[in-house]
Design a protein around this ligand. Structure first.
Ligand SMILES: Cc1ncc(COP(=O)(O)O)c(C=O)c1O
Length: 468
């Protein structure tokens, strides 16, 4: 298909891409992808790659789902845009709200649609400040998060993210942010510590952090059920029950960030469901529209809503909104995603693929560069180290080491895209992946590991450490 976009006049000087080396952008053309089919994407030279990370853990139904294109087109033709605000909306937003409420991981929810996962988390904090103010608890503003987590790129969500380097380099105000340990089991366990002792220690640390901050100043804790971008460490089963108990003790709400894990990644609609977590509010994005259109959901529970209503009673309205929130085309696409989930039993498919996925991950353990793996639904982390070196550390955040960067580069040569992190690389393929495709993905990843082991590409190994 002719895209009718010719970028031969592309200016290296003008472009700024996220999470990229600005100097490299000036001298080297970035990787340019032109089209996609299922789990594959094709670059401008026609080379195919398996997108083992679904782009940013988001293209859950693959890159060529015609039904999503048609749903978007139908809405574009009927009414391409109308802001959902000032007591006005469109049918797709009303229907999506109803369908999502029926599937909600919190009881009797109220749902607000924003545009990105970052915005959803950011606005949830803003709404909490609003509600707590009107509930006579204006001092309950602080939010607890975990080191090495990722909750987005706005100013507030950067403060919740775990990267100290990022806090410092962007000068992020941290006056409402408290950070506690990430449950990177077993890597950050103390010598001799079993699962119970590990989660007891983390619950005690949380309790102490709350006491230190002043319990009456803490509004919420935000956590991903499993943080893929910090190395994908599924916490021991006792972690969430114990921290939930601590939070309840002080009237602190639990916000669960399902931006990555929601919409089937775990084999359930929500990871909270798969893991028995009891959140007060949940955010979601990415998979909600198969990532074809930007949309995110803030799903708020009863106590949270009671507080919003107090604000409304005092002010006569809820003074928050934005032009592209609950975008009509995004909502139409998200509705079609829900239809496809039902009609094609996407959750059942994920569960059927999980044993093949796990087998593929285990098959890689025999490779000399692979030290361990971690699994969660259709997601996997492969811990790597050069022979003779210590294994990768605990949750490392965004910083990428030399070996995983080499594996990423070798993966490109072998036609597979993985996400390199510190000490490991992660994969979270489109949920539609089939058994033969899992086999082919495993084959390409092993070829990439072989390529690195054989010393290719030596140059990038020497370049090592500084890339995010
Ligand atoms: C757990 C989590 N929360 C929030 C976000 C931010 O979402 P977005 O990039 O759509 O703003 C991300 C992005 O990767 C994420 O992984």
């Amino acid at each position: 298909m002719d895209l009718q976009i010719k970028n031969t006049n592309y200016s290296n000087d003008a472009i700024l891409l996220g999470f990229s080396d600005l100097k490299r952008l000036k001298t080297e053309r970035p990787l340019v992808f032109e089209r996609g089919k299922g789990i594959f994407i094709f670059d401008e030279n026609g080379k195919d790659y398996i997108e083992s990370v679904s782009c940013f853990y988001c293209v859950s139904l693959g890159f060529s789902e015609e039904r999503l294109v048609e749903a978007a087109t139908r809405q574009l033709k009927a009414l391409p845009m109308y802001s959902s605000a000032i007591h006005r909306t469109v049918p797709a937003v009303m229907e999506l709200t109803e369908r999502l409420a029926a599937l909600s991981p919190v009881k009797n929810p109220r749902i607000y649609f924003s545009t990105t996962g970052s915005e959803a988390n950011d606005h949830l904090i803003k709404f909490m400040w609003y509600g707590n103010g009107f509930a006579n608890e204006p001092e309950r503003r602080k939010v607890i998060s975990r080191h090495a987590s990722y909750h987005g790129s706005t100013i507030a969500t950067s403060a919740l993210g775990g990267s100290q380097d990022l806090h410092q380099s962007f000068g992020i105000p941290m006056n409402f942010s408290i950070q506690v340990s990430h449950p990177s089991w077993p890597n950050s366990a103390l010598p001799g510590e079993d699962e119970e002792a590990f989660t007891d220690r983390l619950a005690t640390e949380l309790d102490q952090a709350i006491l230190e901050a002043g319990p009456e100043t803490v509004g919420a804790m935000i956590a991903e059920p499993v943080s893929v971008s910090s190395g994908m460490f599924p916490p021991p089963g006792s972690y969430f029950p114990k921290i939930t108990k601590v939070l309840r003790n002080y009237g602190i709400q639990l916000f669960i960030d399902e931006v990555v894990t929601g919409f089937g990644r775990s084999g359930y609609m929500w990871a909270t469901e798969a893991m028995g977590i009891e959140p007060d509010c949940v955010t979601c994005a990415k998979g909600i529209s198969g990532a074809y259109m930007p949309i995110a959901g803030i799903i708020m529970g009863q106590e949270f809503n009671r507080r919003l209503d107090l604000g409304n009673e005092a002010k006569g309205w809820f003074a928050h909104g934005a032009t592209h929130h609950a975008h009509a085309v995004s909502a139409a696409v998200a509705l079609e995603v829900l239809n496809i989930f039902e009609e094609r039993d996407v959750l059942g498919h994920v569960r059927r693929m999980m044993p093949h996925w796990n087998k593929m991950l285990d098959g890689l353990l025999s490779h000399p560069l692979v030290r361990a793996n971690r699994k969660f639904g259709l997601t996997g982390a492969i811990e790597v180290a050069y022979p003779g070196e210590e294994r990768g550390g605990a949750a490392g955040g965004l910083k990428v080491g030399g070996l995983t960067k080499d594996i990423y580069e070798a993966g490109l040569a072998e036609g597979v895209i993985v996400r390199p992190l510190a000490g490991c690389f992660v994969m979270a393929p489109p949920l539609i992946i089939t058994e033969p495709e899992i086999g082919e993905l495993g084959r390409r990843v092993r070829a990439a590991l072989d390529r690195v082991l054989a010393g290719v590409p030596a140059a990038s190994r020497a370049a090592a450490d500084n890339v995010t």
